[in-house]
Design a protein around this ligand. Sequence first.
Ligand code: HEM
Length: 118
Amino acid sequence: MDLVHHLLVLLHLLGMAAVVGSAVFVARGRVTPALLWGARAQVLTGLLLVGLLEAGDEPVNHPKVGVKLVVAIAVAACAEIAAGRSRRGAGEQVTLVHAAGALAVLNTAVAVLWTSSS
Ligand code: HEM
């Protein structure tokens, strides 16, 4: 169970790196596969982590993961809408791609700075 937990945290961090890296440093308005799949992976790995923590003895900060879920869905929505528009030939989606990156940075800040558990 510990190994699964650690692997999920690893995937969660790689997903964060994919979204923030693509949106903020690489993509410049383009929707990369890393951005899209990273955004999807964050929702999935985050929910799996919560399930795993709930199943074990670890306390889960419910308000914190609730906020993270809402923000992560907004990140995924920005990425999906941007991908859909560029598939239909609408060109670069600078605002949506940057919004996805900024929201992912916000979620990273929530993950690291919101420390009290409840
Ligand atoms: C864009 C979306 C997200 C980003 C950028 C993100 C970022 C992070 C980061 C950087 C950590 C490590 C923090 C640390 O260990 O100090 C973390 C941990 C965690 N995240 Fe997320 N997260 C996202 C979405 C989610 C979602 C949707 C959920 C659940 C609903 C979630 C649940 C968790 C949990 C439970 C941990 C603790 C893992 C552990 O140490 O056992 N995250 N997240």
